[in-house]
Design a protein. Structure first.
Ligand SMILES: Nc1ncnc2c1ncn2[C@@H]1O[C@H](COP(=O)(O)OP(=O)(O)OP(=O)(O)O)[C@@H](O)[C@H]1O
Length: 613
């Protein structure tokens, strides 16, 4: 009984000031109290510096990206895959930011923001893509697109192989790694994957009710609608959105989506993607009171192709035509954005409709144009580079005077340094905050046993003290309960005549009653934390941190929102299995409950974009 009362009631929830002042010999407690408040002051000073540095870093990054251009175009040259031993000179040569294409009767010169030659690695590409991920974490919508002729390595760049990971798995890894390091905000991520196939949208993470083989008959269940809200954000109605609490789950879902893609054999590529594959990572950042939501789109576009050359016929030819049409619509949109035209033709294809809130104002775009080094592909190479040229800034740096170019370079270097310095200091600050928080937690742990011990020694081991300690636990949550604990303490510290103190039997009865009364209260409290408002499919998780987790609701009422357990990947039946989301689950006390999903009638604030086309 004694052990249970002690062990079961070591609780830190009672406000420290109450404890230290109420206990007869509060000196020891007061010492810990002081230590804790010093640590808290230290933490709040560090956090304020952290906020300042974060602001500086964000501003520097925004300026840097704006100066470089919010649509950046890279070019990657695929290594030669010729099996012959004879070295044939490639018509494509690259120098710095320029690509020269020389062939009989052809002499063309293109410039882009960055060129990756045949020897470039996945690391090199990701190194240049990485800064834009910080923008996504800072709250901007970001779009990374792989464009190019079929068989030039778009899927290789985006997905990679198991030993040479591509941009998507690396980006996912980077998001989780940043979330784990950043002590100023709490992040949560969710993933969706869809395919734009022959002008219709297919949910790649939906339960397996759709045929995985290609079919000419439009499957209505996979033709999702695109909706635009009055605020300008775009939603795909009914698209599965899976919350991913950690990197492992995120990779599992990403692999599942990849496996569901439509591919086929063509003359040019054994495993040719016959669609545009779009992976969306929704980032929810909670830094204090507000929650910021941004989207990171990672898009492996279908290969642009000459239909005769790919040997396409029938369905494969139709697929090729659909891909070419939507790529041309994408080119028009990017060109209009570059020229800052008032009308941007988003509605010309499903692809551009979906991406419309992530290509325009305030968004950041990186397009990696892929080309082949071989002579046979010169025509397609020129077409792809022509596309890149349309996407490049009209007033490109080549048209700037040498002086202006130098000034621009200098400013870029300054901003880069400013950002790196801030990042370095932030890294140190994060460590300091973590260590101060650990010390504070340890002090708090020390404090609770000392409360119990102090009370015990004061009562010379009397069981009455155990009751006092026991009530500390009851006092955890409410001010009334704290008050009850205080009055009990007064009772046990001699403010009543001795004959009114409990006998051994009554103490045991009281102890048992307190213990059993405590149980349902505790259960209720746990249930209160785990219940779901409005039966929404939202749930709480932290990005693999020991810190408090954030609970959120999707805020996108018609999106399916799945909770994932590693053994729940096999989602079956017509409805999404959200049992994990709805089952009551104990949560850490620090977590807070998601706000209820607000279900406004769709017609009030959305219009159906797909109906307008
Ligand atoms: N940089 C590279 N290094 C090594 N291998 C590469 C590279 N780029 C492409 N490949 C290889 O070339 C082949 C075709 O690449 P991939 O399937 O990525 O092309 P794609 O552009 O996605 O084609 P499609 O549009 O038809 O889907 C693959 O076998 C891939 O592994």
């Amino acid at each position: 009984m004694e052990k249970e009362a002690m062990g079961g009631h070591v609780n830190i929830m009672l406000p420290l000031e109450n404890l230290s002042s109420d206990l007869p010999n509060g000196g020891v407690v007061l010492g810990h109290d002081k230590e804790i408040s010093t640590l808290h002051e230290e933490i709040s000073a560090l956090r304020s510096r952290q906020r300042h540095l974060n602001r500086r870093r964000r501003e520097a990054l925004d300026k840097l990206i704006d100066l470089k251009g919010s649509i950046r175009v890279f070019c990657r040259v695929r290594p030669s895959i010729s099996t012959s031993n004879i070295k044939i000179k490639s018509p494509v040569t690259v120098e710095q930011e320029n690509i020269l294409v020389r062939a009989v009767g052809i002499k063309k010169d293109f410039s882009v923001d960055r060129v990756f030659d045949q020897e470039s690695t996945q690391d090199d590409v990701f190194h240049d893509v990485k800064p834009i991920l910080r923008s996504a974490l800072d709250g901007h919508n970001v779009c990374i697109l792989a464009f190019g002729q079929t068989g030039t390595g778009k899927t290789y760049t985006m997905e990679g192989t198991s030993d040479n990971l591509g941009v998507v798995p690396r980006a996912i890894q980077e998001l989780f790694s940043h979330a784990a390091q950043d002590t100023s905000s709490t992040y949560s991520f969710s993933i969706s994957m869809l395919e734009v196939y022959m002008g219709s949208l297919r949910d790649l993470l939906a339960p397996r009710q759709q045929p995985l083989f290609r079919s000419t008959e439009g499957n209505t269940t996979c033709n999702l609608s695109i909706l635009a809200t009055t605020s300008g954000s775009v939603q795909v109605e009914g698209l599965t959105d899976v919350a991913v609490p950690d990197l492992k789950k995120a990779n599992q879902w990403y692999c599942r989506g990849r496996r569901s893609r439509s591919t086929s054999w063509t003359n040019v590529n054994n495993v040719s993607s016959r669609s545009h594959c779009l992976t969306r990572i929704t980032i929810r950042r909670c830094g204090g009171v507000s929650e910021q939501v941004s989207k990171l789109w990672l898009v492996d576009l279908g290969g642009s192709e000459r239909l005769l050359k790919t040997g396409a016929s029938g369905l494969t030819m139709d697929e090729g035509k659909a891909i070419n049409l939507s790529l041309s619509a994408l080119g028009d949109v990017i060109a209009a954005l570059r020229r800052k035209r008032s009308h941007v033709p988003y509605r010309n294809s499903k692809l551009t409709q979906i991406l419309s809130d992530s290509l325009g104002d305030g968004s950041k775009v990186v397009m990696v144009v892929h080309i082949s080094p071989s002579k046979e592909d010169v025509g397609e190479t020129i077409c792809s580079l022509g596309f890149a040229k349309r996407a490049m800034l009209i007033e490109s740096s080549r048209e700037l005077s040498e002086d202006l170019k130098m000034l621009k370079r200098k400013r870029l270097a300054e901003l880069d340094k400013e950002m790196r310095d801030a990042e370095q200091e932030l890294g140190v600050l994060n460590e300091q905050i973590r260590s101060a928080e650990t010390s504070a937690a340890e002090e708090r742990k020390k404090l609770s046993p000392s409360v119990a011990c102090q009370a015990l020694s004061d009562e010379k081991g009397s069981p009455r003290s155990i009751l006092v300690s026991g009530h500390v636990d009851d006092a955890a949550d409410s001010p009334q309960a704290t008050q009850r604990a205080k009055s009990r303490m007064m009772v046990h510290h001699g403010s009543v005549p001795h004959f009114m103190s409990a006998t051994v039997c009554s103490r045991q009865r009281h102890g048992a009653a307190t213990h059993s009364a405590g149980k349902p209260r505790l259960t209720r409290s746990v249930n209160a934390y785990s219940s779901k408002p409005g039966g929404s499919q939202s749930f709480s998780h932290s990005a693999s941190k020991a810190r408090s987790s954030v609970a959120f609701s999707s805020g996108e009422p018609r999106l399916k929102y799945l909770s994932v357990k590693s053994d729940q990947i096999n989602v079956s039946s017509n409805s999404i299995d959200s049992t994990a989301a709805s089952a009551p689950r104990p949560r850490p006390r620090e977590s807070f409950v998601s706000r209820p999903v607000q279900r406004a009638p769709l017609h009030q604030h959305r219009r159906r974009m797909s109906c307008l086309t």
